[in-house]
Design a protein around this ligand. Structure first.
Ligand SMILES: Cc1cc2nc3c(=O)[nH]c(=O)nc-3n(C[C@H](O)[C@H](O)[C@H](O)COP(=O)(O)O)c2cc1C
Length: 331
């Protein structure tokens, strides 16, 4: 396995590799998150399911399954229990991402309890607001990613360098990242860590039904739909019969998740919607998390080495062009 890579994100998270597994309702639980932490990345436990008793058990399981760091996500849109911060602080985790809400709501309380807080943002304005609220870092999430989205979606390629050029805090890139080249691209654009959602749904340790994993492998890059383009919340999900119908609907309500468990764990792909990003078009194998992370690190280093070599080639081309000019002038 490749050596640790040192960035502000890996230092803050205390991980070998700054690769974060996305929080995902019901999916981001101990089985998946411990595999990520044990492989040198950062597993995150979700709270968006709202099942805090189950979440508490999952965090307990994490302590049996790994001695490495892991985090928790507070998806603010789904918070039903006003004591969520006390709950998270009480679990003894050191790292939290907050998402889908106002960063001013929980940051001060979480930070005064000694936690490191990253807020998920879909725009520059949201990023600046989170920095002003005192967060330690940002998860900058492009609109090609899966899950709940800002209806004014901006792709990672535009959003990431924009935000990174305007803030000083460390940034984790999300949306479209599934391997070493995309991680290297995110670093080229200013990120110091990456978060993978769709890739982790497809992982061997992901608890979702194999029909969902098979649908990811079969999907082309054009096989996601954006729901609620003119309403809220925006959602990106796999293209199915159901989601293709919903795509044309003015507003898709939360009732679309009423039978989510039948899809997530029962494999009925029409029972609800399967949140997923455009990167499904690049995922063609179910792999153990350890292999995903090892392959990502190999690809990351290979990409950087290749680009470094290009730089040298450019330099020698420039030199030979200058030499040619000199020769011409002498002639
Ligand atoms: C099935 C699924 C569920 C998600 N649930 C959450 C969530 O509860 N909280 C959150 O902050 N982000 C959630 N997201 C977004 C991810 O955290 C992540 O940023 C996104 O998947 C990145 O894009 P990618 O799918 O291209 O990797 C979810 C994404 C997926 C695919």
């Amino acid at each position: 396995m490749t050596d640790r890579i040192t960035t502000r994100v890996s230092d803050l998270l205390g991980v070998q590799y700054p690769i974060v597994q996305a929080p995902m309702g019901w999916i981001a639980r101990a089985q998946l998150a411990s595999a990520v932490s044990n492989a040198g990345g950062l597993g995150i436990i979700e709270t968006s399911s709202g099942e805090l008793d189950a979440v508490r058990d999952e965090i307990r399981k994490m302590r049996d399954l790994t001695d490495r760091p892991f985090g928790v996500n507070i998806a603010q849109l789904f918070v039903r229990d006003p004591s969520i911060v006390d709950f998270v602080v009480g679990q003894g985790v050191r790292f939290v991402t907050t998402s889908a809400g106002d960063p001013r709501q929980y940051t001060a309380q979480l930070k005064s309890a000694g936690l490191t807080v990253f807020h998920v943002v879909p725009s520059l304005a949201a990023g600046l607001k989170a920095v002003a609220a005192g967060v330690d870092g940002l998860v900058v999430e492009g609109g090609e990613g899966g899950g709940f989205k800002n209806p004014r979606d901006v792709a990672t390629m535009v959003l990431l360098p924009l935000v990174c050029s305007k803030v000083d805090v460390p940034v984790i890139a999300a949306g479209g990242i599934c391997d070493g080249p995309t991680m290297a691209a995110a670093f080229a654009l200013g990120a110091e860590g990456v978060q993978m959602g769709s890739r982790m749904v497809s992982a061997a340790e992901s608890p979702v039904h194999e029909n969902w994993k098979r649908a990811i492998l079969a999907a082309a890059e054009t096989d996601t739909v954006f729901l609620n383009r003119f309403s809220r919340p925006g959602l990106r999900a796999l293209r199915t019969g159901r989601s293709t119908e919903l795509e044309r609907q003015e507003h898709v309500g939360f009732d679309v998740f009423a039978r989510a468990m039948d899809l997530y764990f029962g494999g009925d792909m029409e029972a609800s919607i399967a949140l997923a990003g455009q990167v499904v078009g690049r995922i063609d194998a179910v792999m153990p998390v350890a292999d995903i992370i090892a392959e990502t690190m190999r690809g990351f280093h290979a990409t950087i080495a290749r680009l470094g070599g290009l730089g040298e080639a450019d330099a020698s081309h420039a030199l030979s062009a200058r030499a040619a000019q000199t020769t011409t002038r002498r002639d």
